[in-house]
Design a protein around this ligand. Structure first.
Ligand code: FEO
Length: 165
């Protein structure tokens, strides 16, 4: 059975994942109307779906453990980026924030001596390592490419292939 503290903390993470899904959906829509970013568009749509899956996993866990998962209201994502580079910088920043929030959750689970939740959260800890790595690699590539159009073409193609692996 989940304690009230754990339940509330997990429900907060449901919102974080839902909001991440929404943020990447906004990025996907932005990329979709830019010329020549088919791969990037697919990448963001797929990433949005993955965040929804992260959210669903939490919802199922909360309910399975005798809690009640709250489906939260979402705020409209602000599109602060004006370029591909800025979009990927935002992706990286966002993932670092998600990692911080997962780390806080792990801390709470340990404080509450909820080892089942601690164990459940390890999947998210590992996932965040991968997500941060991916976002960092994309930023490194874009830094190298700069304004080189053929480089951007290859970046878009690569990221499309990556999504189909
Ligand atoms: Fe579910 Fe990318 O954090």
């Amino acid at each position: 059975m989940l304690s009230k503290t754990i339940q509330d903390a997990l429900n907060k993470q449901v919102l974080v994942e839902a909001q991440s899904s929404q943020a990447y959906l906004a990025m996907a829509s932005w990329a979709d109307i830019q010329p020549g970013l088919k791969g990037v568009t697919q990448f963001f749509f797929k990433h949005s779906d993955e965040e929804r899956m992260h959210m669903l996993k939490l919802i199922q866990y909360i309910n399975e453990r005798g809690g009640f998962a709250i489906i939260p209201a979402l705020v409209q994502p602000t599109l602060t980026f004006v370029s591909l580079k800025k979009a990927f910088e935002e992706l990286f920043r966002h993932e670092v924030n998600v990692s911080n929030s997962i780390n806080e959750l792990v801390d709470i689970a340990l404080n509450e001596k909820d080892y089942a939740t601690h164990n459940f959260l390890q999947w998210y800890v590992n996932e965040q390592i991968e997500e941060e790595k991916l976002a960092r690699e994309c930023n490194d590539k874009l830094e190298l490419i700069g304004d080189d159009k053929s480089g951007l073409y290859l970046f878009d193609r690569d990221i499309m292939l990556m999504g189909n692996e």
